[in-house]
Design a protein. Structure first.
Length: 163
């Protein structure tokens, strides 16, 4: 009434075609793995009781709540309300809630109402909230992260013709 299949018995030979197909299915090549975006590390936070003397550089995010005496380069830099940065800041996104004494370069720069910036700002886009304190010049550049690029001239070039 019931019959037993020899395929499922231990030690029974597997058909050649099935073994080959299974090898490819059970061990996919390394290239076929789904490529997940690289996991972004959590933001580094410098606490309010911390003073750093020296330059900081990361491809990640930094939250400054303390004092930094040096330049900072990051993807996203957030300067907390009680924080002070004395040096040049270069980041894709800069959010200033506290104090920066030095040049700020960023694709997107945002000064909140509690911000205090003493220095030049070179940006692609900027937002300054009411109440922010700013002393310096503002220059728009297509690539503000490149320190060698010159600001765009607003005046038309002189062609040498006098009318």
């Amino acid at each position: 009434m019931f019959s037993k299949s020899r395929i499922n018995e231990p030690g029974a030979p597997k058909p050649e075609a099935e073994g080959t197909a299974m090898t490819g299915a059970t061990k996919p090549p390394m290239e076929s793995k789904p490529v997940a975006p690289k996991a972004k590390p959590p933001a580094s936070t410098l606490s309010s009781d911390l003073t750093v003397t020296g330059n900081l550089k990361t491809s990640g995010d930094i939250n400054v709540e303390g004092t930094v005496e040096g330049d900072i380069r990051a993807h996203l830099l957030t300067v907390g309300e009680g924080a002070t940065v004395r040096g040049e800041v270069v980041a894709d996104d800069v959010v200033v809630n506290g104090r920066i004494v030095g040049r700020v370069r960023g694709l997107k720069v945002r000064l909140t109402s509690t911000a205090r910036v003493e220095g030049d700002i070179i940006h692609k886009t900027i937002a300054i909230e009411s109440g922010a304190h700013f002393e310096g010049s503002v220059q728009r550049q297509e690539d503000p992260l490149n320190g060698n690029s010159q600001p765009k001239k607003l005046a038309a070039p002189d062609t040498g013709a006098n009318g």
